[in-house]
Design a protein. Structure first.
Length: 227
């Protein structure tokens, strides 16, 4: 009975979410995609009980492989810029969604827990590429703090260690300050992109300042500056 109820409710929930964001949502088959005007979601399959939360979660989340709802902004060639802005926008959308559909918060929390159990989320290490460390920290820390997906917190803590080992101290402090603007300081996808650009600009500034420190020390001690 429960599976039948979920099966019948899934298209209704998906359509309601689509209406919330002014996007047409269609449910059926086993594929998820968007063509810019329509979002196709897979039908709920009650036989896959462990995926029940994931099926409903696809209606309310853009995390994972499907770029749902991200339709209007040109992100340019930078993969990191697009991924960071997407992670921030995902959190903003899911936070807003929970205001109209409170049950999605628990559903999405279940989705994340399932993903962690399957290895879909893991902590970054200091050996990882700096871009992956930065992205991983932004993604996991915002989801844990803003969306209450507390199962991610151990991964956040480990990734923060990698972040501190990779980036200047000032960059880590300023990054955490900028992320505190999520979600209240964001009202649109453009806001999320603007915040991303501020983060990337800040990182560049802090890294450049860090590079200049040896030269400053050499000059202060009477040594020569190698330019």
């Amino acid at each position: 009975m429960k599976n039948k109820t979920l099966h019948n409710a899934f298209p209704i929930v998906a359509a309601a979410i689509g209406n919330r964001f002014g996007i047409k949502v269609q449910v059926g088959g086993d594929q998820a995609y968007t063509n810019g005007k329509l979002i196709q979601l897979p039908a709920y399959n009650g036989k896959r009980s462990r995926l029940s939360g994931c099926c409903l979660g696809l209606a309310g989340s853009r995390s994972g492989a499907y770029p749902l709802f991200r339709l209007s902004i040109a992100y340019g060639p930078s993969v990191l810029r697009r991924r960071l802005a997407g992670a921030i926008e995902d959190v903003r959308i899911e936070h807003e969604l929970a205001k109209d559909f409170p049950g999605t918060r628990l559903t999405l929390r279940t989705v994340i827990e399932n993903m962690i159990a399957k290895g879909g989320f893991s902590a970054a290490s200091a050996e990882d590429h700096p871009a992956n460390i930065l992205y991983g920290y932004v993604l996991k820390s915002l989801r844990a703090r803003v969306l209450g997906q507390v199962a991610l917190q151990p991964l956040v803590d480990q990734t923060e260690l990698a972040l501190k080992a990779t980036f200047p101290k000032g960059a880590v402090i300023r990054l955490q300050g900028l992320l505190s603007e999520v979600p209240e300081g964001l009202t649109s996808e453009q806001d999320c992109l603007n915040l991303t650009d501020r983060i990337l600009t800040m990182i560049e500034q802090e890294v450049e300042q860090e590079k200049q420190k040896p030269a400053v020390v050499a000059i202060a001690s009477g040594g020569s500056c190698v330019c």
